[in-house]
Design a protein around this ligand. Structure first.
Ligand code: ACO
Length: 426
């Protein structure tokens, strides 16, 4: 608390509001007291609302800064690995070598799912979107761990976090295997997290499968870059769901549902669909004009960000990884070439420059995932795999301190009270 006060004057009434300072970022005006004076505050989209206190992630969108527990994302992406980043997000500090080994061993011990869970998949149509399967199967996990579902028990909370981080790649890969009619691949605990995921995605019993180390590194980096992003829509959904006392599996299923939308985690899939729609380089100008036309709902997917009004720091590392993967695979794909031309055109177009609409992390991750051979429908699933640690870290942080059930209010603009009209009089 900085000791400063803000004063809100409404007609002849003044309300003193305390101002709190964080370690970084804008000061926060505590508006709780306006309720007692008969007011709500109004902030659709929560653009100016801090809904909680958090120590996990800091973003300065204007400067293009993203820190996890104080460490810049580019340093983590190039110097760390995904499971180490998970440890950091969950515990607040980087692990010692022994702590890291213990953590990796613990996660690795939990990679398998209950055999009974495999039957859930058969309830879905083969052409179901894998995100639809993810919402259902992750929600169903609570039916398997009811002996460890006391959210007031820190040990139960902890083990749920480990189970979710460990099993989500297995569940994700199974949703893909189901859609292509191949047998589920069991995790291989000799492999690292990203390698194991690639093997579960692509290995078949009839052939040997060697994980390409360049692709495993790129996958690990995609996981790190998507691990957490402060109070975004899906994380806020997890916190809001968690605030009712819901179990962690239900909370993460809610987060997955929120992530699915094309304005959030669905954007990387939308990028590839948009490239399909554009078709070829000759059509670029036409589609750029559509994106700029206010009367046209078409937007350039993978451009712009609610918070970053500068280059997304994750996109910088992602672009570098994208270049590495394309070079390593020697890929010569007209769609990827189109993506690069589109990026160049938009970054030199005054409409996008003036509005600070830079390519976001999903623009490049979509291209890398396509190059790795991941089908488009799995893109958002991979985002969900990576973000599970962020969601569960916020859920744990929320439960480590007193919290209130989330219950926003509204500006009601409907009818005032009126009398019911019986059916024969309408
Ligand atoms: N293409 C064309 N114009 C755009 C785009 C775009 N992708 N994004 C924003 N604009 C325009 C808006 O029309 C607006 O123009 P105006 O000032 O002339 O009215 C201006 O840029 C500012 O845009 P806002 O709507 O204020 O941006 P906001 O912060 O609300 O939205 C969002 C951000 C939702 C991400 C938006 O940029 C968008 O829809 N982008 C495409 C989808 C996408 O890539 N989402 C991924 C986000 S990253 C993530 O979830 C990990």
């Amino acid at each position: 608390m900085s000791g400063t006060k803000a004063t809100l004057t409404i007609n002849d009434k003044s309300i003193d509001l305390p101002v709190s300072s964080g370690s970084l970022g804008p000061d926060v005006i505590d508006v709780k007291d306006v309720l007692a004076q008969g007011y709500f505050t109004y902030d659709p989209g929560f653009m100016a609302t801090a809904a909680c206190e958090s120590k996990i992630t800091f973003i300065d969108g204007d400067k293009g800064i993203l820190l996890h527990r104080g460490y810049p994302i580019d340093q983590l992406a190039t110097g760390s690995d995904y499971l180490e980043t998970c440890y950091l997000l969950l515990n607040g500090e980087l692990p010692s070598p022994q702590q890291k080994k213990d953590f990796v061993d613990l996660v690795t011990q939990h990679t398998m799912v209950h055999e009974q869970l495999t039957f859930f998949y058969r309830g879905f149509r083969r052409d179901a979107h894998p995100m639809a399967i993810m919402c259902g199967v992750v929600g169903a996990l609570s039916a398997f761990y009811h002996d460890n579902l006391d959210i007031n028990n820190p040990e139960h909370r902890r083990i749920a976090a480990i189970r979710l981080i460990a099993k989500i790649p297995t569940i994700a890969a199974m949703s893909y295997k189901y859609s292509v009619g191949q047998p589920f691949a069991y995790p291989d605990n000799k492999l690292g997290y990203a390698e194991n995921f690639l093997k579960m995605m692509f290995a078949v019993p009839a052939a040997d499968y060697e994980v390409n180390p360049v692709l495993a590194k790129a996958m690990d980096r995609i996981f790190i870059l998507h691990a957490d992003h402060e109070q975004n829509a899906s994380t806020s959904t997890v916190r809001l769901t968690g605030s009712t006392g819901a179990n962690p599996y239900a909370c993460i299923a809610a987060g997955i549902a929120a992530l699915w939308g094309p304005a959030h985690g669905g954007a990387n899939e939308a990028v590839l669909k948009m490239l399909d729609e554009i078709g070829s380089v000759e059509n670029l100008d036409k589609f750029l004009a559509k994106a700029k036309d206010k009367n046209d709902s078409f937007k350039l997917m993978g451009f712009g960000h609610r918070v970053y009004k500068n280059f997304d720091p994750r996109a910088k590392v992602m672009k570098q990884t994208c270049d590495e993967v394309l070079a390593a695979l020697g890929i010569n794909d007209p769609q990827l070439e189109l993506a690069m031309k589109l990026e160049e055109a938009a970054r030199n177009d005054p409409y996008f420059v003036e509005r600070k609409l830079y390519p976001n992390v999903d623009f490049y991750s979509g291209i890398i995932l396509k190059a790795i051979g991941i089908p488009t429908s799995m893109f958002t699933v991979i985002f969900a795999v990576a973000r599970t640690v962020g969601w569960i870290s916020h859920w744990l942080e929320m439960h480590d301190a007193p919290y209130k059930i989330g219950r926003p209010r509204q500006l009601y603009t409907g009818y005032t009270q009126r009398d019911f009209v019986p059916e024969d009089k309408r």
